[in-house]
Write a protein that binds this ligand. Structure first.
Ligand SMILES: [Ca+2]
Ligand SMILES: [Ca+2]
Ligand SMILES: [Ca+2]
Length: 152
């Protein structure tokens, strides 16, 4: 996840200062906007499912170290740790599940491996939870409401 962290850092450096939001503090809003900028490929200030699909594909591929098209708990651990660190950065107060619990949640058929389908199903469910007005796009307000807690 080193590349993503570096990109995030670069985005942070380039992000201009903007007023914060009432429910989210200045630093949180700053990071969330930087993340949005990274994902918003067509620059319409929204994150569409298509935009995050390429990110999910990339994340799955990077996590699947031995390229056997499924994620084991060991492989998943690296991804989950990186994501947890990102969430903690935005929201230090947030309570995160253990790697095992998170893995179990994604492993829908409980066979100790996560397929691409299970991975995407979970990610899409999370996307739908954040997309509260159900327009298949995540706005900056929707992103701030969940404090950047997104499935990527
Ligand atoms: Ca977009
Ligand atoms: Ca499975
Ligand atoms: Ca939306």
């Amino acid at each position: 996840m080193k590349i993503i962290n570096l990109t995030l850092f670069a985005a942070l450096m380039l992000t201009s200062l903007q007023p914060g939001y009432a429910s989210v503090d200045f630093k949180q809003a700053f990071i969330i906007k930087a993340v949005m900028r990274l994902l918003d490929i067509n620059k319409n200030q929204q994150i569409e499912i298509e935009e995050v699909e390429s990110r999910w594909a990339q994340a799955f591929k990077m996590t699947d170290k031995n390229a056997d098209k499924v994620l084991t708990l060991d492989e998943f651990n690296a991804l989950f740790k990186a994501r947890s660190a990102q969430i903690k950065l935005v929201d230090p107060e947030s309570k995160l599940p253990s790697t095992e619990a998170a893995f179990k949640e994604l492993d829908l058929n409980d066979n100790k491996s996560i397929t691409r389908w299970e991975f995407n199903t979970h990610a899409i469910n999370q996307f739908r939870q954040v997309d509260t007005d159900e327009n298949d796009a995540i706005s900056q307000e929707e992103m701030l409401a969940v404090k950047g807690r997104l499935p990527f």
